[in-house]
Write a new protein. Structure first.
Length: 346
């Protein structure tokens, strides 16, 4: 039976540890699992909670940092220094695995050695509430060629993965290396893409994990649009620098993602005028980011729309927005009718 090593980094999440560990051990029938809890010098007594859990179950190991090392170093310690089973999982102490998730992922990778990692659906739930029952009936699974999946991520500038639902082939994890300490907020996105550069991607059509939403979660740290876009850009650029040699269309992918990020920045800036939020949104910085990200951004329709909004101003724009959209729709309809006449000669 394939073994799955589960790494649980913990910082001030001692109150969630028992649920997380139970989801990795008690809710995974038919799986050979061991768990490592790494407490990163939490002041809330997380290390003591972890030791109590380990004392009750010999499948659990504990490491406690004397000083805080940060989440990236903690991730890499568990995945590169400790994990040596067939597959590995990195799950934050505030999240949970869905029942049977490890067996479903392991079965797929056992059958398909070309698959480097497997993910599924992550169910979001709010802190203080119980998540809904997991949908664990496994519908037909999907395997995507890694480079095809990777191109989709470049086109969307989004990885579509939360994190706790991913099971990775440990040998591949060791091959590609650890998380990038320079990518404080988007290291996970770069990691999934790095894995896909070297192996195919499996998808289990079932709930594979529960992702907890609360004020202290890492996902809430990127509320600033410019910071978020800058971090996403850094992740894609780091991926291209690392894996460009194994991606035959690296230059094309670079152009795709930089254009998408420039377009997104212009759209956010324009929307600030529509919603009368130019005093809270860094409109000029977003426009500058777009032009730096993709020098031809001035040719985008979103750039022309932003220029129009600048001339109208934030005071009038919310009132004129419906008229502008009506004009855009009429323009698109006129173009469609013209092409139709040209095509059919009518």
């Amino acid at each position: 039976m394939s073994r799955v090593d589960v790494v649980i980094p913990c910082y001030n999440y001692g109150r969630f540890l028992s649920e997380c560990v139970s989801s990795a051990l008690d809710d995974q029938p038919g799986s050979d699992v061991r768990v490592l809890i790494i407490d990163d010098a939490s002041p809330d007594g997380s290390a003591e909670t972890a030791r109590k859990l380990a004392a009750a179950d010999d499948r659990i190991e504990v490491r406690a940092h004397p000083v805080n090392a940060g989440h990236i170093a903690t991730y890499n310690e568990g995945l590169l220094d400790w994990a040596d089973g067939d597959y590995c999982v990195l799950i934050s102490a505030d999240d949970r695995l869905a029942p049977g998730a490890l067996r479903r992922a392991a079965d797929l990778m056992d059958t398909h050695p070309e698959v480097g990692f497997v993910y599924g659906h992550a169910v979001e739930f709010r802190d203080g509430e119980e998540p809904p029952p997991a949908q664990t009936s496994c519908r037909p699974q999907t395997i995507w060629p890694g480079h095809w999946w990777l191109e989709r991520r470049f086109r969307e500038a989004h990885t579509c993965i939360f994190s706790p639902e991913v099971v990775v082939r440990t040998s591949l994890q060791h091959q590609v290396g650890g998380y990038d300490p320079d990518l404080y907020h988007t290291g996970d996105a770069e990691m999934w893409m790095r894995l896909a550069a070297y192996a195919d991607v499996g998808y289990v059509r079932a709930d594979q994990a529960f992702y907890r939403r609360h004020g202290g979660s890492m996902s809430g740290a990127l509320g600033d649009d410019l910071l978020r876009l800058s971090q996403v850009r850094s992740a894609y650029e780091a991926l291209l620098e690392r894996c460009g040699a194994v991606l035959p269309n690296a230059a094309e992918l670079s152009g795709i993602v930089h254009r998408k990020l420039a377009k997104d920045a212009m759209r956010i800036a324009a929307r600030a005028y529509d919603r009368r939020r130019t005093d809270r949104v860094a409109v000029e910085d977003l426009a500058a980011f777009a032009l730096d990200c993709w020098p031809d951004a001035a040719s985008l329709g979103t750039y022309r729309g932003l220029q129009l909004r600048r001339r109208i101003g934030p005071a009038l724009m919310p009132y004129l927005q419906p008229l502008i959209w009506s004009a855009v729709v009429r323009h698109l309809l006129d173009r469609w009718r013209w092409h139709r006449r040209e095509l059919h000669g009518i």
